[in-house]
Ligand binder design. Sequence first.
Ligand code: FES
Length: 262
Amino acid sequence: MSNGNMTLNLKIWRQVNAKTEGKFVDYKVDHVSEDMSFLEMIDVLNEQLVRKGDDAIAFDHDCREGICGMCSMMINGKAHGGFKGTTTCQVHMRLFKDGDTVVVEPWRSRAFPLIKDLTVDRSAFDTIQQAGGYITANTGNAQDANAILIPKPIADEAMDAAACIGCGACVASCPNGSGMLFMSAKVSQLALLPQGKAEAEKRVLEMVQTHDELGFGNCSNHAECEATCPKDISIEHIARTNREYIAAAIKHHEKDRSGGGA
Ligand code: FES
């Protein structure tokens, strides 16, 4: 469609807060440029709403360049629209056609209570991260890069895990509402490196326990999380976390039985 002349029919979830009922509301947006991002298209709609004296649609955003993980929403039933390796802020309107109907909803998961419209409270992720605690690292001057040698494949894997931006697409896409992909990425990014090994057992035990207590479901290998993750985090991290968790739990159980404490 020619630039600036697309018209879209939007069905957007509106809900004042978690205590009120929500519903889809239909909006028509004219003059959508194919160069706009999805968030810019919502900005245009919000300007129209505010000019009419209506309440603007609440949605999360910050960096608008795929870094912060804030722009969480379901587009046509898929987290971030389901475009490979892409956050909502990086979705461009050229991916849609003139006259398309687009359904936009918030993440729906027990562990992410709704705040308003498309925004949800994802602070449960922060709680899991905090449960992981600190790493042992020397302070002072930076060490020589060759002081701790790390094989390239291991460094690559840790860096791939560290790419997780904590957007919550994994939770929103999982039929169990599991946060295992997020948590396992946070476990792997430290456990794979020598600096993270000192507290690895305690970290995995406490992160898994916190994950479960916060109402996230368990992983049953649907792999929807991996398919929709905008940073292409692999479910292999979940398998690694499970192995680490079992080994740490057995070790601590044996220590407890022999009176050694956890
Ligand atoms: S707004 Fe930061 S990742 Fe989309």
